[in-house]
Structure formats: structure tokens, C-alpha cells
Design a protein around this ligand. Structure first.
Ligand SMILES: C[S@@+](CC[C@H](N)C(=O)[O-])C[C@H]1O[C@@H](n2cnc3c(N)ncnc32)[C@H](O)[C@@H]1O
Length: 195
């Protein structure tokens, strides 16, 4: 499905970074893991800020475009095609993990978040934005399956060893390509791994 969606020349979510990430990237330091990276707009932005980034995604087509986007800007990112249902990053390796619109079935997401928490070094940051449960009533983007949408309470429970810096559900305009377009209910979560 994603390879097909990414098959054309167009960058489906644009080439500009997610706004929440751009506003909060000062929390991040290298190395950074970006899960569900897609076509690279977020990893390329982080690389432009001097960060060392590994972008992982299930779509080889998306990640090929990501590498091309980075090269077109004279930047370097690492990419890895992987299934997030099983992906297991090295323990205590990353100083930051970025997750933007990584909507997965709830059970897969919960297990992934355990592994994500483990891969953070003490003091490392998880920065996540996703559509909230209330987004099910809107047609401005996101999966049409409430199980794949997130909540502040669920994220706090899924990262028990991280101290929240910001955890909120808000409505905001998301204008990031034609599939994410309009007033949206989102959950925003930034938390620091405890020592
Ligand atoms: C909504 S897109 C977001 C892309 C990117 N984070 C962005 O903000 O532009 C969701 C991404 O999740 C990826 N994805 C979905 N399920 C996956 C899985 N099980 N394993 C790996 N990637 C997956 C898709 O390939 C797609 O690139």
C-alpha cells in the first residue's frame, strides 16, 4: 500500500518537516532514530540541523525518495527498510527517537514503544505527534481505524520510564501534503528517559 502511495514523483506529505518536530527539534541530539520515516522530510530536516539520523520505514520506495531528497540538499541520512512490528533497535543507543504519524495497530504500537523506550539512552528524548482518537470523526487525515489512533493517556502508559516534558491533545491545522490537510485532533508527546 505505502510503496504504491509513494510511487509517483510527488512527495505525498511534502518536503517540509512536520511543524511540531520543527518547533521542538532543539530537544534532540545525535544519534536520532526516526520511525515510519516515509519519504524523508523529517529526517532530512534533522540532518539539516546537523543531527545524525537513521530513518526506518517499511516502504523501500519511500526511503529511496528520502535518500534522494537528502542528496539533493547535500545532506546525509541513513535509512533502513524494516517492519516496525518486529524492528528492534539496539538498547540504549539513541539520544532521540522521532515518531510522526506512525499509526500502527494498537498491540503492535505498544510493543514497539517498549522497544523504543529501551533503545533510548538515559536522558534521551522521545518526540511524537500522531492523530488522536477524536480524529476518527474528521476527514482531514489519518487512518479510519480508532485502534491506530493515539491518546495522551495511552502514550504516558506506553513510556513508563520516560518523564513527560509535553503531553497534550490539541486541535491544530495540519497542512502537510494532500493526505494531511485541515483542522485535526492530534496528540503531542515529548518525554525524557529517566536515568
Ligand atoms: C502517514 S505516513 C508518515 C510518514 C512520515 N513520518 C511523515 O511524517 O512524512 C506513515 C508511514 O508509516 C509506515 N508504516 C506503516 N506501517 C509500517 C510498518 N508495519 N512497518 C514499517 N513502516 C510502516 C508507512 O510506510 C508510512 O511511510
Amino acid at each position: 500500500m505505502w510503496d504504491e502511495r509513494y510511487a509517483g514523483e510527488e512527495f505525498i506529505y511534502g518536503t517540509e518537516p512536520n511543524t511540531f518536530l520543527a518547533e521542538n527539534s532543539h530537544y534532540l541530539s545525535s544519534p536520532v532514530l526516526s520511525i515510519a520515516e516515509g519519504e524523508g522530510r523529517n529526517a532530512v530536516y534533522l540532518a539539516s540541523r546537523g543531527l545524525e539520523v537513521l530513518g526506518v520505514d517499511g516502504s523501500a520506495v519511500g526511503l529511496a525518495k528520502a535518500a534522494k531528497l537528502a542528496a539533493s540538499r547535500g545532506l546525509n541520512i541513513r535509512t533502513e527498510v524494516t517492519d516496525l512490528a518486529t524492528y528492534t533497535p539496539a538498547d540504549q543507543y539513541f539520544n532521540g527517537v522521532v515518531s510522526i504519524s506512525a499509526h500502527l495497530p494498537g498491540e503492535i504500537r505498544k510493543a514497539l514503544h517498549q522497544r523504543v523506550e529501551k533503545c533510548l539512552r538515559p536522558g534521551g528524548i522521545i518526540l511524537l505527534e500522531a492523530y488522536a482518537k477524536a480524529q476518527i470523526n474528521r476527514d482531514t487525515g489519518g487512518p479510519k481505524d480508532v485502534d491506530m489512533l493515539m491518546s495522551k493517556a495511552a502514550l504516558e502508559a506506553e513510556f513508563p520510564n520516560c518523564e513527560p516534558i509535553m503531553a497534550r491533545e490539541i486541535e491544530r491545522q495540519v497542512n502537510e501534503g494532500r493526505f494531511h490537510n485541515g483542522l485535526a485532533s492530534v496528540v503531542q508527546f515529548i518525554a525524557r528517559k529517566k536515568a
